[in-house]
Design a protein around this ligand. Structure first.
Ligand code: A2P
Length: 297
């Protein structure tokens, strides 16, 4: 099989399980990477206003020659645009940069713990965008179970997706459980553990790509550690959005549909969870994140 399976979201819309990520892809590299990904077979691109490369994602989609209707386009509203009216406007900004009329999935980038009322208002704007047909699905990212509980108390539509840091060294089982209980699809960011080795994200991290258990499983299948991690994500029923700007690795990360992990292999990867987060803690207020302004164009 050379195409990614679809996942059914709680609103009846389907999403290609394996998407293409562009976090930390520079604007110069992004259009070429997206074009390559679509030519290889990816049909789902995940970006964010705060990545400052939505324009280049749109350009890559157009350059690829793949029909817009055949690509699942996902982006995120940044916290400085939270609030009802500003989030409605954030849709306009994103759609204009991406060059699309409708988004397939629009999610809140993260909770703003010290301005949760604005986070709720932003989500209410997503509900309006959904009702108006501007977006096909809405969701959240980096929401912990207590954020979900609070959101569900104050809003009407259950998020379709919660995108969270999720790789073998940090699998967040309690968040996955809460997502499942609410019928929310869990989507993995840094699905091959890029956050465990990105430069500048903290010392003393262990690179999950070098993990001996994963290396041994990869050798048994004649596959790479990254491919084994993506299989692990997909066999758990999650969406995953690996990032690469390297054409060889873009193709490698999509070549994961010709093998299957055994239940024991999946279990031994599940056992690697350290419970230690590598990315930012969604419960810690970081006032500087509001200083990042999303431009109009
Ligand atoms: P590059 O863009 O040079 O390929 P994640 O999506 O889990 O955050 O991982 C992204 C990181 O992993 C990037 O640094 C990316 O670098 C690297 N990467 C992507 N695919 C592979 C792969 N198949 N093998 C090793 N590293 C990879």
């Amino acid at each position: 099989m050379t195409s990614t399976p679809d996942l059914l979201m709680n609103n009846g819309v389907t999403m290609p399980a394996l998407g293409f990520g562009v976090f930390q892809s520079s604007p110069e590299e992004t259009a070429a990477a997206v074009e390559t990904a679509l030519r290889v077979g990816y049909r789902h691109i995940d970006t964010a206003a705060a990545y400052f490369n939505e324009r280049q994602v749109g350009e890559g989609i157009r350059r690829s020659g793949v029909d817009r209707a055949d690509v699942f386009v996902e982006t995120k509203v940044w916290v400085s645009d939270y609030g009802y009216d500003t989030t409605l406007h954030a849709f306009d900004k994103a759609a204009r940069k991406l060059g699309v009329d409708q988004l397939d999935l629009l999610i809140l980038h993260q909770p703003a713990p010290d301005r949760f009322d604005q986070t709720i208002a932003a989500y209410q704007a997503l509900e309006t965008l959904l009702a108006d047909g501007k977006v096909r699905a809405i969701g959240v990212s980096n929401f912990m179970p207590h954020h979900l509980d609070e959101l569900l108390k104050q809003t009407t539509i259950v998020p379709a997706v919660n995108q969270i840091e999720l790789h073998p060294y940090f699998a967040q089982p309690e968040v996955q459980r809460a997502d499942a209980e609410h019928g929310i699809l869990t989507q993995a960011w840094s699905p091959i553990g890029g956050i465990t080795f990105y430069p500048g994200w903290g010392e003393h991290r262990r690179n999950v790509l070098d993990d001996p258990t994963i290396g041994a499983i990869a050798a048994e299948h004649g596959k790479s550690p990254a491919q084994v991690m993506l299989r692990w994500q997909l066999q758990h029923g999650r969406s995953a959005i690996p990032k690469s700007t390297n054409p060889g690795r873009i193709a490698e990360n999509f070549d994961v549909f010709d093998f299957e992990l055994t239940a024991d292999q999946v279990a031994s990867m599940d056992a690697l969870d350290t419970g230690v987060r590598n990315g930012p803690d969604p419960d810690v207020a970081r006032p500087e994140m509001f200083a990042r302004v999303i431009p109009e164009d």
